[in-house]
Design a protein around this ligand. Structure first.
Ligand code: FAD
Length: 413
C-alpha cells in the first residue's frame, strides 16, 4: 500500500487504497467511498491528493496508446506515465511537443496540476490535451473535448471533478533535439537580454544555485534539428556532461554536448532509464506573467540571503499562454520560477511564504503540485475563472466527495 508521496514529506491518511483497472471498477470504487481522491504517481509535494478515506490509485489505468494519425492524437489510460507513452509514440514515428523534467509522472496527474516543461513557443503539458474521459463521483462517464464548454475548466482539474480514465493528447511527427549546457552567465546579462536568452532554443532553462546571486550557473538549451542556440557572447559551453546540482554525478541526465537524439531522450532533463524511487528534496514554484518575469527574478534575487541556506537549485522556464482556467499560463505567456529545496520543510515553508509575498505584485500563481501557502484571496485574484471552476466542481461532484482540506478554498467561492 502506498503511504507516502515521492518526496516522503506527505504520508497519506487514507484508510484504504483501491487500484481499479477499468471504468467499471472505477465506478465501483467511487460508489463505495464517502470521500475519495485520485492518486497518480504521487510526485506532488502538497496534500492535494490526500484523504482520510479512499485513495484511488490510477496505477492500473494504463490502457495501451491508440494513435489516430489523421487527427494527430494519441489516446491513453490516465495512469500511464510519460516515460511509458514516449517510447510507444517514438516507435510509430510520433512525438509529444514537450515533457517535464522527469518522465516518470503520470499523464492525468501531471495535467491535473498544470505541469509544464520549458519553451517560449510551447504550452504546458495540459495544453496538449485534446479530450478527456472522466468518471464523476455519481458514476457518470463524461467525455470532454476542446469543442465542449466544460473543456477549459476540466483539464487542470486538481482531481476535483472525477477520475480521468483516458486522456487524448496532440502529437506530431518525431523530431530530433540537440541539448547543450552553457555555464556562468551573469544574471544582469540574462535579465537585460531575457527574451533573447529564453528564446535562444526550442526549450531553455536557467539554473541558479545562489552561492553567487549575480550568476546564472547553467543555461540548458534544447534545440530542434540542426539549429544552434543563439546566446549572448562570452558564455562558454560546459566542457563535459553536467548535472544541475553542484557535485552530483551527471549519469542520470539526458545527453548534452550537442549530441543529436530523439525528443524523448532530450526534452526531459533526466533519462527514462533512470528511475528515482524517491527524492531527498522539496519543491516549490511560482509562475508569473512573462511581462513581469524580469522584475520577479530581481525580487527573488533580493531574497538570496534567505534562499541560499536552503536551496539546492532554482530553475527558470517559459511557456506559451493557454485558455485552461487553472493553468499557470491561463491568459498570458508565463515564466516559472522553480525552487528545489533541501528537505527541511518548516524552514522551506517560511521562505516559500516570503517569496510568494514578494511576488504578489507581479500576479504570481503557485504550482498546484508544489509547496505553497495556498492563500485563498491570492488564488482568487490571480485565477479569474476560479469561481467558475468551483461551480464546475460542484456540478461534477455535487456531494463534495472529492473534496479534502487542500481544496477547501473552493468552498468559499
Ligand atoms: C522530481 C520531480 C520533478 C518534477 N518536475 C516537474 C516539472 O518539470 N514541471 C512541473 O510543472 N512539475 C514538475 N513536478 C511536479 C509534478 O509534475 C506534479 O506534482 C504532478 O502533478 C505529478 O503527477 P502525479 O501523477 O505524480 O500526480 P499526483 O501527485 O499523484 O496527483 C496530483 C493531482 O492530480 C490528481 N490526479 C492524479 N491522477 C488523476 C486522475 N487520473 N484523475 C483525476 N485526477 C488525478 C490528484 O488527485 C492530485 O490532485 C515534478 C515533481 C517531482 C517530484
Amino acid at each position: 500500500m502506498t503511504q507516502a508521496n515521492w518526496a516522503g514529506n506527505v504520508r497519506f491518511g487514507a484508510r484504504r487504497i483501491e487500484t481499479p483497472a477499468d471504468v467499471d471498477e472505477v465506478r465501483t470504487v467511487l460508489a463505495s467511498a464517502e470521500h475519495v481522491r485520485p492518486l497518480g504517481s504521487g510526485h506532488s509535494f502538497t496534500l492535494i491528493a490526500d484523504t482520510d478515506d479512499t485513495l484511488l490509485s490510477t496505477a492500473r489505468l494504463t490502457s495501451p496508446p491508440r494513435i489516430d494519425a489523421a487527427a494527430r492524437t494519441v489516446t491513453v489510460g490516465g495512469g500511464t506515465r510519460y516515460g511509458e507513452l514516449a517510447p510507444a509514440l517514438e516507435a510509430e514515428g510520433w512525438a509529444l511537443a514537450n515533457l517535464a523534467s522527469l518522465p516518470h509522472i503520470s499523464i492525468a496527474g501531471a495535467i491535473a496540476t498544470g505541469t509544464h516543461g520549458s519553451g517560449d513557443g510551447v504550452g504546458t503539458l495540459s495544453s496538449a490535451v485534446s479530450s478527456l474521459e472522466i468518471v464523476t463521483p455519481p458514476g457518470e462517464v463524461v467525455r470532454v473535448g476542446r469543442e465542449d464548454a466544460d473543456f477549459d475548466g476540466a483539464v487542470v482539474s486538481l482531481g476535483a471533478l472525477g477520475v480521468v480514465t483516458e486522456v487524448t493528447l496532440d502529437i506530431e511527427p518525431t523530431f530530433a533535439i540537440r541539448q547543450r549546457v552553457y555555464e556562468s552567465l551573469p544574471l544582469d546579462v540574462a535579465l537585460a537580454e531575457f527574451d533573447a536568452v529564453m528564446g535562444a532554443a526550442y526549450s531553455v532553462s536557467l539554473f541558479l544555485r545562489w552561492n553567487d546571486p549575480d550568476v546564472v550557473d547553467q543555461v540548458w538549451t534544447k534545440a530542434r534539428g540542426d539549429a544552434s542556440p543563439r546566446l549572448p557572447g562570452g558564455i562558454a559551453e560546459a566542457a563535459e556532461q553536467v548535472h544541475m546540482l553542484a557535485g552530483v554525478s551527471p549519469a542520470a541526465t539526458t545527453a548534452q554536448r550537442g549530441e543529436p537524439g530523439p525528443w524523448l531522450d532530450r526534452l526531459a532533463h533526466f533519462r527514462l532509464s533512470h528511475t528515482p524511487s524517491n527524492g531527498a528534496e522539496l519543491q516549490s514554484e511560482i509562475l508569473v506573467p512573462r511581462a513581469h518575469a524580469v522584475e520577479a527574478i530581481r525580487a527573488v534575487r533580493a531574497l538570496a540571503e534567505d534562499i541560499a541556506p536552503l536551496i539546492l537549485v532554482t530553475e527558470v522556464r517559459s511557456m506559451r499562454a493557454d485558455d485552461l482556467w487553472l493553468s499557470p499560463a491561463y491568459g498570458h505567456d508565463a515564466v516559472g520560477l522553480h525552487f528545489t529545496w533541501q528537505p527541511r520543510q518548516r524552514e522551506v515553508e517560511a521562505v516559500v511564504a516570503k517569496i510568494e509575498r514578494a511576488l504578489e505584485p507581479y500576479g504570481a500563481r503557485p504550482h498546484w503540485g508544489k509547496l505553497t501557502r495556498l492563500d485563498p484571496e491570492v488564488l482568487a485574484a490571480v485565477w479569474p475563472r476560479l469561481a467558475d471552476f468551483a461551480a464546475l466542481a460542484r456540478r461534477y461532484d455535487p456531494d463534495g466527495r472529492l473534496r479534502n482540506p487542500f481544496l477547501s478554498f473552493l468552498d468559499a467561492l
